[in-house]
Design a protein around this ligand. Structure first.
Ligand code: GDP
Ligand code: MG
Length: 482
């Protein structure tokens, strides 16, 4: 078995175990906001193929570094001296943990992943130069990871990269600096991390690392493909969905019933879509929007079927004031939010754009029916792309998936990619609706449209990862990647 080994290391309480969880997509170790929680080094398999393994060590954090390093400077063989001391696990906890970490790097690491917390300025993190000096004695190549930057592309993220790159530049062991926020990173950034590691080692380990990176990328691309398939089917299903009005068909009660049924179905498919995206991305938790909770709290009054326009106004305000006529539609339809109908997909999409009308009444061969308006489908598409991004950026180390509010920048990225993609979506949608049923290749058409748009979004947001989305063949579902 060919092995490549990474040691996650940092000053204590910066977020190593949290990042390990995000990378491994498993809740390993213990996370607490206090020093020296992890006291022994633990190994995990990050990527595994038939004959190779990428191992990730989560180590105890470094502590009391200034004192330690100034003591070590007086030794002819600082590392030898340090590793032969006997420290008490409880009384000398910081030194005990530091020793564990140093021993792990010296014995195991091909590459050291050194994490810094960028919610501190480099000048505030006085321990960093000392820890760099310590790592310099060991001499293994170091990749500095910037944690707690917040979402990529923000001003804070860019400033942190500049400041911290300048701060660690003097140390020759530092080969590269990479933002990787354990809470808000996108999976493609992890691919970039692995490629950087491969570039930092030579000989046989280098070849092994390239093979492991490629296995990781193929595995993650097949998750991406699956997501595009699910999103494509989701919008296709909504485009085709319709509810026939029965009886005379034109009474308000019947219209209301039909709209409610349509909305309920969309709500159900939205929940299924999200739950499958969450699970496919190695996350835990279920889909539950803030909007839904807010609406349940504010508006659930059992027994009430229709909503007054006053209440619709209040609801519009709760949705950000932009939901416009759709809220009126919903109100007329007498949807019960408490019962779980609507909310998420419907009002989320509407709220984002001030849609006038969500439903459309049509006559198909003399039968009146209700379906989603095409402007609504356009918005549903955008909404579902944003929902994908919210899952693709959620790090397992953050805990159960939940809606956390999208960075402003995503809207522009999605709009840009949708407009570059041309009118393929509108065309496919009207073809479906004219036919009134699905056609051969429709699923494929919607999925590849989604794939094209999302690839552009991710490539624009993460230019260093663009080639991953472009060139690698995804694995089939029986993938060899862990
Ligand atoms: N905001 C934010 N907090 C983080 C991030 N990573 C870790 N934390 C928090 O930092 C604290 C220490 O994390 P932990 O993983 O136990 O650090 P370790 O001691 O280096 O292993 C915990 O309270 C985490 O929730 C991150 O990416 N963003
Ligand atoms: Mg830890």
């Amino acid at each position: 078995m060919n092995l490549v080994t990474l040691s996650l290391i940092s000053h204590t309480n910066v977020g190593k175990t949290t990042l390990a969880r995000t990378l491994l997509r498993t809740d390993v170790g213990e996370v607490l906001d206090q020093a020296h929680v992890t006291e022994v080094s633990e190994a995990y398999d990050l990527v595994k193929t038939k004959d190779a393994c990428l191992r990730l060590w989560d180590t105890p954090g470094l502590g009391d570094s200034a004192r330690l390093v100034s003591r070590l400077r007086r030794e002819g063989n600082p590392l030898g001296w340090f590793l032969h001391q006997v420290w008490d696990r409880y009384r000398d906890r910081a030194l005990f943990c530091s020793q564990q970490a140093v021993r792990n790097i010296q014995r195991e690491a091909d590459v050291v992943l050194y994490l810094v917390n960028t919610s501190e300025e480099p000048e505030e993190a006085g321990y960093v130069p000392h820890e760099m000096e310590l790592l310099g004695w060991i001499g293994k190549p170091v990749l500095v990871l910037l944690n707690q930057t917040g979402p990529a592309g923000s001003d804070r993220d860019r400033a942190a990269l500049d400041q911290w790159t300048a701060a660690v530049k003097p140390w020759p062991i530092v080969r590269d600096v990479l933002p990787l926020d354990a809470f808000t990173r996108c999976w493609v950034q992890e691919g970039v991390l692995l490629e950087k590691v491969a570039g930092m080692i030579e000989g046989e380990p280098h070849a092994t690392m390239e093979a492991l990176t490629s296995a990781w990328e193929r595995g993650n691309l097949s998750i991406f493909e699956r997501a595009c398939g699910s999103l494509g089917r989701y919008v296709l299903t909504a485009a085709l969905d319709r509810e026939t009005l029965t009886g005379q068909g034109l009474g308000q009660t019947e219209k209301r019933r039909a709209m409610r049924v349509l909305a309920q179905r969309l709500d159900d498919t939205t929940r299924r879509l999200m739950d499958s995206l969450i699970a496919d991305h190695g996350l835990v938790g279920r889909y539950q929007t803030d909007a839904r909770e807010r609406l349940d709290q504010d508006f659930d009054s059992p027994g009430e079927t229709a909503w007054s326009s006053g209440r619709a106004g209040v609801l519009g305000a709760a949705m950000g004031g932009a939901a416009g006529g759709l809220v009126a539609d919903v109100a007329v339809a007498g949807l019960s939010f408490g019962g779980g109908a609507v909310a998420g997909a419907l009002l989320g999409a509407a709220g984002a754009m001030g849609l006038r009308r969500g439903f459309q009444f049509v006559r198909a061969e003399q039968t009146p029916e209700v379906r989603w308006a095409s402007e609504f489908l356009d918005q549903l598409l955008r909404q579902s792309l944003l929902r994908y991004l919210a899952v693709a950026h959620f790090g397992r180390g953050r805990g159960e998936w939940r809606e956390t509010g999208n960075p402003e920048r995503w809207n522009a990225l999605v709009e840009g990619a949708v407009s570059h993609a041309g009118d393929g979506f509108e065309q496919a949608t009207s073809k479906l609706r004219d036919a009134g049923e699905t056609f051969d290749g429709a699923e494929q058409l919607f999925s590849s449209y989604v794939r094209q748009v999302l690839s552009e979004v991710l490539s624009t947001a993460y230019p260093q990862a663009a080639h991953i989305l472009r060139t690698t063949e995804p694995l089939s579902d029986s993938g060899e990647n862990s």
